[in-house]
Design a protein around this ligand. Sequence first.
Ligand code: ADP
Length: 369
Amino acid sequence: MKILVINCGSSSIKYKLYSSDSDKPLDKGLIEKIGEKGSAVKNHSQGVRKLVSGLLGRKVISRLDEIETIGHRVVHGGEAFREPRLINPQVIKKIRECSKLAPLHNPANLAGIIGCRKLFPRIPQVAVFDTAFYQDMPKAAYIYAIPQSYYKKYKVRKYGFHGTSHQFVAKQASKILKKPLTKLKLITCHLGNGCSITAIDQGRAVDTSMGFTPLEGLVMGTRCGDIDVAAVFYIMEKEKLAISEMDQILNKQSGLLGVSGLSNDFRLIRKAMAKGSQRAKLAYEIFIHRIKKYIGAYLFILKGADAVCFTGGIGENTPKLIEDFRQSTLRFLGSKTKILVIPTDEELMIAHLACGLINKPQNKKRKIK
Ligand code: ADP
């Protein structure tokens, strides 16, 4: 079985093609500048067509019907989706409803889904949600301490993101530790441009650092993470800023970039630090301090952990950072808690989840609507 995994951004489509008998992709690529001025690719439907003609042209596949399943990354599943779902008109309607919670992401994800359904009307397609892994968290972890009418009216709560990555890393940790997930307590740290930490008890996410949006929690490349909201009101008042301007500052101009004044790129922060930049050093120290704070909190919530796992561009490529965490862990927790570096692979996880769903006996018989 060949499985195409699609991850649509507002102006791009990232894809990987897998065969069900291997974890190595047969092909991968990126279609960019969709809908941009001067681009030949006007919309996501055209993008999907370009992607597929590339696969045919390079003879990765010889016929369209070699692709038997398509897995789509969908950023926000709200409270409607607790697990991957076969796409049908009702699922599309619900994904559309979740767009108000993720206006930058879900419409692009949907455009990819609709483009694929046009080109592959008979192939089962599966939506895999970044938020689904967190739908089992206890209420104490996801309800904000604000009047509950806002949760009831507008669904304002912690959702959590990067779920597919944390789930993949947890599965890999279980293989490495040779113990089933049901017997493990794990803290998974996804440190890329976006950063998040999740506490996982027996395979179930029990808390996570990102919130109603990906802004909450750790310091990231350009996001501030946790901040006193009163400080935000104060800055808005002083600088006479509109909501959209403040949103831009907190999401795009803060984090490593905001503190260092140099870059959101962790490599450049470390280089500048080595050359003596005090601002880069401060950015680095705030970044690490926040990670430690969350790990400490989650160790307490989980009552210890079998492993703390690091992934993402920063987590996978900064041995010095990992060694520091290893030394601190050894000192305070002993050798029972392992420090693991596990490369993430969200597309492979989506392929596995899509394949798993399609192969359920009830779905094998189901007619695709
Ligand atoms: P995304 O969240 O967009 O998928 P990545 O997981 O690729 O991003 O992570 C990007 C971050 O990883 C950047 O801050 C980058 O500097 C950092 N990074 C990537 N490669 C390295 C490396 N070899 N050493 C240190 N940091 C790295």
